[in-house]
Design a protein. Structure first.
Length: 136
């Protein structure tokens, strides 16, 4: 098992975000009080291919694997004006990064921008703004 972390940089202040659990319910819900980044850790199992497995891992087709971050109402805030999800790909993580994490060198951290061009919470498929190994 390796640990992954999604960091949502520049989230919209006060908007609830959460990982999506296996049963599609919100998990580890949190919001930014002053624009600080939000982070979500989760475990994955990686097999040759690479193939990714875990409670937060979703699949689309034979190769694509991703994680959902739920936003607003979907994250458990019924009063939110937003009901959205971020889709963050993990199938494209480089072999060198996966190998380092498998050897216990750290956590795979993927950063995304949490605010869209229109100033509302970012949603749909988000391209990482960065990806790296960080110490535990």
């Amino acid at each position: 098992m390796i640990t992954m972390r999604i960091v949502i940089e520049q989230p919209v202040v006060g908007v609830l975000h959460s990982l999506q659990a296996k049963d599609e319910s919100p998990l580890d819900a949190k919001h930014s009080g002053a624009g600080e980044a939000l982070s979500f850790d989760f475990q994955v199992r990686v097999e040759p291919g690479p193939k990714f497995f875990g409670d937060q891992v979703r699949r689309e087709g034979p190769v694509r694997r991703f994680v959902y971050i739920r936003i607003g109402q979907l994250a458990g805030d019924p009063s939110s004006p937003w009901s959205r999800r971020m889709k963050i790909d993990i199938h494209d993580i480089g072999a060198d990064v996966l190998d380092r994490a498998a050897r216990g060198e750290g956590i795979i951290e993927t950063m995304v921008c949490g605010t869209g061009a229109d100033g509302t919470p970012a949603c749909a498929t988000l391209r990482p703004t960065g990806r790296r190994i960080v110490e535990r």
